[in-house]
Design a protein around this ligand. Sequence first.
Ligand code: NAG
Ligand code: NAG
Length: 177
Amino acid sequence: CDGRKLTELRDINCEVDLFKPLHGSALFQRGQTQVLCNVAFDSLDSVFRADPISVITGGLKEKNFMLHYEFPPYATNETGRSGPVGRREIGHGALAEKALRPLIPSDFPFTIRLTSEVLESNGSSSMATVCGGSLALMDSGVPLSSQAAGVAVGLMSQPDPKNSYELQDYRILTDIS
Ligand SMILES: *[C@@H]1O[C@H](CO)[C@@H](O)[C@H](O)[C@H]1NC(C)=O
Ligand SMILES: *[C@@H]1O[C@H](CO)[C@@H](O)[C@H](O)[C@H]1NC(C)=O
């Protein structure tokens, strides 16, 4: 809808080391989507401990890497109240956390809190969080096993009228907005 070719991404701009008092910070922008990621370390005593029910259902007892994702109303040019964290924010945060967790050394001697605040959004802010989060973690000195980047993709297809499971013709859209 913005006239890009199938192989074109929106313009990307990255900045790191924005705030000296923080352990790490990064600003990642792709088109009209901009996220600010900050990293803070604490001792291993501050790990997140799940309650017994969550341990039974989720299997995770403790985690020393937490990603908090915020999507305030102004990110989409709306006024409104910032209330309790919604399902959408929890889901997007979990998605980005899942992308970054395997890159963090398991013996890292601190608890890491990464916050991602979406400053403006027109598509793919969870994937922008993966990019900005990776930059902020590297800025903070966490020895990641690799950099990470994420991009939203979509599929447009024309199903076969006789067999709806067979795709006659399809295009993959990269960096959807
Ligand atoms: C979001 O991006 C689309 C595609 O470029 C554009 O048409 C639309 O106006 C943008 N939305 C805002 C709020 O700028
Ligand atoms: C945001 O909303 C204001 C007030 O309605 C409008 O003037 C402005 O153009 C909007 N900005 C974008 C990027 O849509």
